[in-house]
Design a protein around this ligand. Structure first.
Ligand code: SF4
Ligand code: F3S
Length: 104
């Protein structure tokens, strides 16, 4: 599966939802997650994210993010259409410590 990681937080560019063939993105206040059981591993969303936030879960060190995607995909609503990025998206792109401050 692919998963959404830290750098989506406070950016939410949403280019990813536009290309997903199975509509498996779910939206929180400050970030999106992928439902790992619905993702068919096609990989098309990964290069679409301007924040480089989408990764295959086979990358080392992403266990925490797999858990977060799994948990919140069942709690947050489905998102299937692109929308405006968050107002501070360009300034927040690449900032450290976003999870601790803004995860929601
Ligand atoms: Fe959707 Fe494919 Fe990305 Fe999985 S890898 S979230 S199926 S676009
Ligand atoms: Fe987030 Fe990138 Fe999608 S910033 S909303 S994972 S395009």
């Amino acid at each position: 599966t692919y998963i959404v990681t830290d750098n989506c937080i406070k950016c939410k560019y949403t280019d990813c939802v536009e290309v997903c063939p199975v509509d498996c993105f779910y939206e929180g206040e400050n970030m999106l997650v992928i439902h790992p059981d619905e993702c068919i591993d096609c990989g098309v969303c990964e290069p679409e994210c301007p924040a480089d936030a989408i990764k295959p879960d086979t990358e080392p060190g992403l266990e925490k993010w797999l858990e977060i995607n799994t948990e919140y995909a069942t709690k947050w609503p489905n998102i299937t259409a692109k929308k405006e990025p968050m107002p501070e998206a360009d300034a927040m792109d690449g900032q450290p410590g976003k999870f601790e401050k803004f995860f929601s």
